[in-house]
Design a protein around this ligand. Structure first.
Ligand code: NAX
Ligand code: K
Length: 513
C-alpha cells in the first residue's frame, strides 16, 4: 500500500470513530506478539528487547510494544533518540511508561541525546547476540536527509549482533519507492501494519528481511469511504508561488439557452483553489457569463453554439492551461459533437467530460487515456457505455455481498477505459481500473440544477492543481457534497448551486486544518 493512501486511511479511521490512539495500541500489541514469536523461535527463551525510538508514530508503536513485552516477561530497554516527541499518540504512550515509577517491571528508558551517548550505549559495546533489537526510528513519515544522530543509530543497529526487527518500514528506506538514499536499517524481519508499504514490497528481500503483515483492526470501510483524511493528498502551496502556479484551467461550454452552467463550473473551480479560470463560450452566453462573474476570463466565440470552426481558438487556449473541462451547458448539436470529438482527440491535457459532452463524445476516442474523468449520473452512464442490462447504483444495500456484486458490475463496464468515472448518486461511486471509492457527503437538496456543474468545476480545479485523476475525482465529489451539506444547514432544501459554490472555499479550509 502506498504510504499516502495509508496516512489517508489512518486518518479516515477517526471518522468511523476509530481513534489513532487505538490503532497505535493495536500496532504495538501486534508488534509485541511478533517480537515474542521471533524471540521464542530464535532463542527458545525470553531475552532482552532493545527498542530504538524516534519522534513519530513509529517510535510510538515501540512504546506500546514495551508494555506488552514486559507483561510477557521480557527485559525491555528503550533507547530514545528524540525526547521531543511529535506524535501526540506516541507522547501519550511514552508518558504511560514514564509514569510507571517506582518501577516494578524490568524496563529502562535511556535518552540518547548526543552522538557520544549513542556510541556508549550497551548495544554499541556488546558482543552478545542473544537479544532482539526493534527499530522504531522512522516509518512512513521519513522526510529528507537522515539527521546525524539517527544515521549513527542506524549504523549501530546494523553493526550489532542481535536479531533486528524493523517496525513498519526499515528506518532510512523510502516507504514509497524502496530507495535508500543514504543508509537504512537492514533487518532480519519487517513487521508492516495493515498492509505492506509499496517501498517495502518492492525492495530487495535482503534489505527488508522476512515480511510480516499485522492486522491492526482497520476495516475495509476506512480505505474505501472518502473522508477528511483525503485532504492530506493536497500539497501545501509553495510560499513563493505566483499567479498561475496553482492551477490554470479552461471550461468549454454554454449555448444560446445555457450560460449558468459554465459560470457555475468556473466559479466552483476558483472556489476549489485554481488561480486562473478561462471560459470559452458562444457569444451570447459569453456576454452573460462576463456580466455575472467578473472573476472568470471569458473568451467569446462567434455564433450561438459551439462548433467545429472554433477548434483552433479553443486549442490555443487549451495550450496555456493545466486542465480542461468540456461540456457544461453546451447543448446537443451535430456541430458541437464534431467539435468535442476533435478537442478530445487533440487536447493532451487532463480533461473532465461532463453533462452534454458525455452524450456527444465517442467512447473509442477516450478508451486509452488515463487522464480523463467522466462525471455521469446513472442514466448518462448507461448511455455513454451503451449498457442495456439492469444496473442500479444501490450501495445502501443490506449485505456485503450485494455491495460487492454491485461494484463488480460497474467495474466490468468502466474497465473498458483507462480513465476515472464518477457515477453520481445518493452515494457516489468513483471507479478507475481495479480501484474504487465511495462518497457519502451530500444531501437530497443537491438535486437542484447546477450542482453537477459545480462538481465538474471542483474536479477540474483539483486536476489543474496537480492531483491525479483518481484523487481529483474522489476529493471533488467529497468537497461538492460537503459544500452542499453546509448550504443545507442554512437554507434547507431551498439552496441553489451558487449557494453551494459559496461554501467550497470554507469547507476546504476546514478540511485542511
Ligand atoms: N498514523 C497512524 O494512525 C498510525 C501510525 N502508525 C505508525 O506510525 C508511523 C508513521 O508515523 P509518523 O507519521 O509520525 O512518522 P514516523 O514515525 O516515520 O516519524 C516521523 C518523525 O521523524 C522525523 N523525521 C522525518 N524524517 C527524518 C529524517 N530524515 N531524519 C530524522 N528524523 C526524521 C520527523 O520529525 C517526524 O516527527 C507508521 O510508520 C507506523 O509505524 C501505527 O501506529 C498505526 C497507526
Ligand atoms: K522503522
Amino acid at each position: 500500500m502506498n504510504p499516502i493512501d495509508m496516512m489517508v486511511t489512518d486518518n479516515n479511521c477517526e471518522y468511523l470513530g476509530l481513534s489513532r490512539l487505538c490503532l497505535m495500541e493495536s500496532a504495538g500489541k501486534s508488534l509485541a506478539e511478533e517480537v515474542g514469536k521471533i524471540a521464542v523461535y530464535t532463542f527458545s527463551k525470553p531475552v532482552k528487547v532493545v527498542i530504538f525510538t524516534g519522534s513519530g508514530g513509529n517510535g510510538g508503536d515501540g512504546f506500546v510494544a514495551a508494555r506488552y513485552l514486559l507483561n510477557r516477561g521480557y527485559d525491555v530497554d528503550i533507547y530514545m533518540l528524540k525526547d521531543n516527541i511529535r506524535s501526540p499518540y506516541s507522547k501519550t504512550n511514552l508518558e504511560i511508561l514514564q509514569n510507571m515509577k517506582p518501577r516494578l517491571s524490568r524496563l529502562n528508558i535511556y535518552n540518547l541525546k548526543t552522538l557520544e551517548d549513542i556510541d556508549n550505549c550497551e548495544v554499541a559495546k556488546s558482543n552478545d547476540s542473544e537479544y532482539v533489537i526493534v527499530d522504531g526510528l522512522l516509518g512512513t513519515g521519513i522526510n529528507g536527509n537522515l539527521q546525524t544522530n539517527i544515521r549513527r543509530a542506524i549504523e549501530i543497529i546494523n553493526e550489532s549482533k542481535g536479531v533486528k526487527i524493523s517496525v513498519d518500514v526499515p528506518s532510512g528506506m523510502d516507504p514509497l519507492t524502496g530507495e535508500i538514499s543514504d543508509l537504512a536499517v537492514v533487518p532480519d524481519y519487517t513487521i508492516s501494519f495493515h498492509k505492506i508499504k509499496t517501498g517495502v514490497r518492492e525492495a530487495d528481500e535482503e534489505l527488508v528481511g522476512g515480511l510480516v503483515t499485522a492486522d491492526i483492526g482497520i476495516p475495509f470501510e476506512a480505505e474505501y469511504f472518502i473522508n477528511y483524511g483525503d485532504f492530506l493528498r493536497l500539497k501545501n502551496r509553495d510560499l513563493s508561488s505566483h499567479k498561475g502556479n496553482n492551477g490554470r484551467l479552461l471550461v468549454i461550454g454554454g449555448s444560446k439557452d445555457y450560460s449558468g452552467a459554465p459560470a457555475i463550473a468556473g466559479m466552483a473551480a476558483i472556489g476549489a483553489g485554481a488561480d486562473l479560470v478561462y471560459v470559452a463560450s458562444p457569444q451570447k452566453s459569453a456576454e452573460a457569463i462576463k456580466s455575472t462573474s467578473p472573476d472568470l476570463i471569458v473568451k467569446s466565440l462567434d455564433g450561438d453554439k459551439l462548433s467545429l470552426n472554433h477548434s483552433q481558438e479553443i486549442l490555443e487556449l487549451a495550450d496555456n492551461v493545466d486542465a480542461v473541462l468540456i461540456g457544461p451547458g453546451a447543448g446537443i448539436d451535430e456541430e458541437t459533437s464534431k467539435l468535442f470529438n476533435v478537442l478530445v482527440a487533440k487536447i493532451k491535457k487532463p480533461i473532465v467530460l461532463d453533462a452534454d459532452a458525455l452524450k456527444q463524445v465517442e467512447l473509442k476516442l477516450i478508451e486509452s487515456r488515463d487522464d480523463i474523468i467522466l462525471t455521469p449520473h446513472i442514466f448518462e452512464f448507461k448511455s455513454f457505455f451503451n449498457v442495456t442490462d439492469e444496473l442500479k447504483l444501490d450501495l445502501d444495500s443490506y449485505d456485503f455481498n450485494h455491495v460487492d456484486e454491485n461494484i463488480t458490475q460497474f467495474q466490468k463496464i468502466t474497465r473498458q477505459i483507462k480513465g476515472t468515472v464518477i457515477v453520481k448518486g445518493q452515494y457516489d461511486l468513483i471507479l478507475s481500473g481495479t480501484k474504487f471509492r465511495i462518497n457519502k457527503s451530500g444531501n437530497p437538496g443537491m438535486t437542484v440544477g447546477g450542482t453537477g456543474d459545480a462538481l465538474a468545476g471542483i474536479t477540474v480545479s483539483l486536476l489543474s492543481q496537480g492531483l491525479s485523476t483518481f484523487d481529483s475525482a474522489c476529493l471533488g465529489v467529497f468537497i461538492n457534497g460537503l459544500a452542499g451539506d453546509e448550504a443545507y444547514k442554512t437554507k434547507g432544501n431551498g439552496f441553489s448551486a451558487t449557494d453551494l459554490v459559496s461554501y467550497i472555499g470554507s469547507v476546504m479550509k476546514d478540511g485542511l486544518c
